[in-house]
Design a protein around this ligand. Structure first.
Ligand SMILES: O=C(O)CCC(=O)C(=O)O
Ligand SMILES: [Fe+2]
Length: 276
């Protein structure tokens, strides 16, 4: 079972409009988190630019349509050691455009490719790029969303996925450049629908279909209510994290080994009661 706390980018005016009281302000948080957040955001935006170049798209095409003021969040997942038959996170697709994932050295992450599961072992100094369901949808499946899961593992585990989702006013219009793949993609979607669990996106299973409105429409319908409930609990987790961080020595934060890599590993993790 994973416990998660969530940081949001309060520079985004749209994020502020959605639920200003419940979201955690990355600006108020330790400078290290803020730098990590911004570095990850810029990296994902660069990835979108690379995707435009690789596919001979008009410059800024993806970023203009979907990522002018993207909805970003940085999560910290804490997994307790699991038994053989348990999952850290069951097989799912991430819902947004792209996820950039930092995992600690524990291992356990797996991704599916052509029906087979492969381990994605942690490699020092690397991040995992996961294409999300929305980028797949907008590109008629040319960018493939990756099924992934976290398997049982022998010790506690921490990961930090950064999710980049569209801007709130982004229109859910698919990109004509990739229409040539539409038929093939529709066939895949059909198969997924028949398989039932195929549309599971993230851990709180928001919308199965994206419709033709804006990201805000979709978000209001599928995410806001779920987050209202979750974030109340998340603030508790956040308080735990903060008190842990305050206890850490300054040398640990500012010393020679200072990195933007996650260092937060609570000595004693009290279970947040939101899950009970
Ligand atoms: O912990 C991991 O390595 C993966 C986390 C994940 O897939 C998610 O939070 O969506
Ligand atoms: Fe995921």
């Amino acid at each position: 079972m994973a416990h998660t706390f969530y940081l949001y980018d309060m520079d985004s005016k749209f994020v502020q409009q959605v639920d200003p009281n419940l979201r955690l302000d990355v600006k108020k948080i330790d400078e290290r988190f803020r730098k990590m957040f911004l570095a990850m955001k810029n990296t994902v935006l660069e990835l979108l630019t690379s995707f435009e170049k690789i596919n001979d798209m008009k410059e800024e095409r993806l970023r203009d349509q979907f990522a002018k003021d993207p909805d970003c969040s940085l999560n910290a997942n804490y997994y307790e050691k699991t038994e053989k038959h348990e999952w850290g996170i069951e097989s799912h697709l991430d819902k947004g455009l792209i996820t950039l994932l930092y995992q600690d050295q524990t291992g356990g992450l797996e991704a599916e490719y052509e029906g087979k599961w492969y381990p994605i072992p942690p490699i020092e100094g690397t991040l995992v790029i996961i294409i999300g369901r929305m980028l797949e949808h907008f590109t008629h499946g040319v960018a493939k969303a990756a099924w992934h899961r976290v398997k049982a593992h022998k010790s506690d585990r921490i990961s930090w996925p950064f999710f980049l989702s569209p801007s709130f006013d982004a229109k859910f219009e698919r990109l004509d450049e990739f229409k040539w793949n539409a038929e093939k993609f529709e066939a895949l979607e059909k198969k997924r629908r028949i398989n039932g669990s195929g549309f599971r996106c993230g851990t709180y299973e928001p919308g199965n279909e994206f419709g033709s409105g804006t990201y805000r429409d979709w978000h209001n319908k599928y995410v806001v209510n779920a987050n209202d409930r979750k974030n109340k609990g998340q603030i508790k987790i956040w308080e735990l994290e903060l008190s842990f961080m305050e206890e850490r020595s300054k040398a640990e934060v500012d010393g020679p080994n200072k990195k933007y890599a996650p260092l937060v590993r609570p000595k004693v993790w009290r279970k947040p009661n939101m899950y009970s």
